[in-house]
Design a protein around this ligand. Structure first.
Ligand code: CA
Ligand code: CA
Length: 233
């Protein structure tokens, strides 16, 4: 079971083709002299060309082992946490120790109250990293893998609580959310990128883990979400 009260509560901070015509000619000349192409990982030679799905090296977004809130993937800005509906609820996030089979992970501790105003407001909290500049193309990857754990505190999380992995893709179709099911123990979650339309996956501008506790009007809840080993393969 994850450490319920991480020793470190250090808050996270809030903290890019050009033509190569000459090379193309040279490459063309080289290709013309080559009788059979060299096929990369995941592909095999069939006749005079490679067939199959090229393998892409995994992209580590963050494993938190460097002890800072800056993702390992340079395209992403520091992790940050937030609440929504409304946005001023008490949430904290930072380095968690231990992590999932490792020294460090990241935690999001939250205490949420749906404003007592006669109707549910859809109150929730999230832990996210946004792409620092522009968008990042994740369409070549097949799976987003992450380790997560979720602890219900007091008052407990409603049974209807869902956790969403959201890919921000504001340049195309907004955000795509895939529901995951964390447990109180560290568990590995695999999100198939086939669930993310390519029009989004090719233009991702953020990655977000969002808790939606489905609180009734005026209802309160608290809990901690842990995250570790976030990568694409
Ligand atoms: Ca870790
Ligand atoms: Ca309300």
């Amino acid at each position: 079971m994850p450490t319920p009260f991480p020793r470190s509560d250090r808050a996270t901070g809030t903290t890019e083709r050009r033509a190569a015509f000459g090379w193309a000619i040279l490459l063309g000349a080289c290709t013309a002299r080559t009788e059979a192409p060299l096929c990369g990982p995941g592909t095999v030679l069939s006749g005079d060309h490679c067939v199959g799905a090229p393998e892409t090296d995994p992209l580590l977004i963050d494993d938190f082992e460097d002890g800072d809130p800056i993702p390992a993937a340079a395209q992403f800005a520091p992790w940050q946490c937030y609440s929504y509906n409304p946005g001023y609820q008490p949430v904290t996030c930072g380095l968690a120790t231990p992590g999932a089979d490792s020294n460090f992970g990241q935690y999001l501790a939250f205490r949420l109250v749906d404003p007592l105003d006669g109707a549910p407001n859809g109150t929730g909290a999230g832990l996210r990293t946004v792409v620092g500049a522009g968008t990042v193309d994740l369409a070549a990857y097949t799976t987003l893998v992450l380790r997560v754990a979720l602890l219900s505190d007091s008052p407990p999380l409603p049974d209807e609580t869902v956790v969403l992995v959201r890919f921000g893709c504001s340049r195309s179709i907004g955000a795509i959310a895939v529901e995951i099911v964390p447990t109180v123990e560290w568990t590995t979650v695999e999100v198939p990128m086939s669930d993310v339309p390519e029009t989004c996956a090719a233009f991702v501008d953020g990655l977000d883990l969002q808790i939606q506790p489905a609180l009734a009007d005026g209802q309160e809840t608290a809990g901690v979400l842990w995250v570790d080993s976030v990568y694409l393969e």
